[in-house]
Ligand binder design. Sequence first.
Ligand SMILES: NC(=O)c1ccc[n+]([C@@H]2O[C@H](COP(=O)([O-])OP(=O)(O)OC[C@H]3O[C@@H](n4cnc5c(N)ncnc54)[C@H](OP(=O)(O)O)[C@@H]3O)[C@@H](O)[C@H]2O)c1
Length: 245
Amino acid sequence: MNGRLTGTVAWVTGAGRGLGRAIALAYADEGADLFLTARTIDEVDDVAFDARERGVQAEAFVADVRDGTATAKAHAHSIDRFGRVDVLVNNAGVWIQKPFLEFTEEEWALTLDTNVTGIFHCTRAVLPGMKERRRGRIINLASIDGQFGFANLVPQCASKAAVIGFTKALAKELWQDGVAVTAICPAEVDKTVAWGAEPATRPGAPTVPLLPADVARAAVYLASPDAEAVTGVTLDVYGVGFLTS
Ligand SMILES: NC(=O)c1ccc[n+]([C@@H]2O[C@H](COP(=O)([O-])OP(=O)(O)OC[C@H]3O[C@@H](n4cnc5c(N)ncnc54)[C@H](OP(=O)(O)O)[C@@H]3O)[C@@H](O)[C@H]2O)c1
């Protein structure tokens, strides 16, 4: 297969459903070989199967991104299987909506541990190899939530603002090593429309939904040779809903 990501090995976290699934299958359609992780093996297995049907190699593995030992083990497995990781998509995330005073300390910790510390763990696993090869892309799923702040989403907004800070700071640290670090900031996505089932034409504004495919295409771009000069920035994928609200 000759796609924009042929010859690329990508690790996508949280690849079992939602945006992670869409990104994984978009990468497969562009020829990337895939290492796919989440906690639910049945879901990542299904995505790996769908990716292999598209003619690429794909391996599913269980890893909780909150656990640094588990992510190191996952990375070691990816190296055994593929020899390297060229692109890491830090997609795994959780989202809890309620008034600030109703959040428990456990829910705060769950959100920060998954959305921020998870990125810390996976990035630290892949980075030595990327620096050694002087080639790598780290793509973080942040959110519009981290840019604007929204009521009843304080842990989510705080965690995604942290992801944006992480992205910008690490990019400055790594640009001389040939490793790019970027973030995608989607607005709210309609996940009822799966990758591959998106409509060819869309209804008119203001009801146009933002689809997983829209975010997946941004993730393909950031992993592709077209984004060679892109690092330390967020790619905002808002659709038109945000502009019309
Ligand atoms: N959907 C949106 O509208 C939207 C908008 C802006 C940004 N985002 C961001 O995009 C990313 C994906 O969102 P989504 O809506 O597609 O989420 P989702 O449908 O809830 O899927 C989340 C994925 O992450 C995995 N995951 C959750 N906790 C994990 C953990 N501790 N360790 C490993 N994997 C874990 C889940 O699998 P398991 O539960 O099996 O582990 C699942 O595969 C998130 O970072 C989210 O904040 C989403």
